[in-house]
Design a protein around this ligand. Sequence first.
Ligand code: CMP
Length: 143
Amino acid sequence: MERSFIMVKPDGVQRGLVGDIINRFEKKGFTLVGAKLMQVSKERAEKHYEEHKERPFFGELVSFITSSPVFAMVWEGEHVISTARAMMGKTNPIDAAPGTIRGDYAVSVGMNIIHGSDSEESAAREIALWFSNEELTSLDKTI
Ligand code: CMP
């Protein structure tokens, strides 16, 4: 079973979109296996976005993600990595289709509400960076 790291960014938390985003993933049929509201350290933000280190917007990205709390989650389910990306919509909200999270709620590529792992490798790396094993559990659905 696949797992993906999904994070509601500071703009999504401040705009009160956490509940809606959780609702979308639950209704799709995915299982929440870890979640926490947290203030991100500069060190964690730089590690998370290390592949963008050379990009001109790297500093802006790190300062935005550390500016106020994020809601970090791990979701589990069949094809959750690619399906979550489809539910989020394109990175630049201008290109994100209506009905997707970014298509419905965002207008700016920097403040685009949500992050989701883009591959199995990224998911494994990001889950290990953001969560300890003790913070992850799996609800055995019997009802
Ligand atoms: P995310 O999925 O979190 O991964 C990298 C982030 O970089 C991306 O979402 C965008 O929010 C951000 N990003 C990409 N391009 C730009 C840009 N030109 N200016 C600012 N931020 C950007």
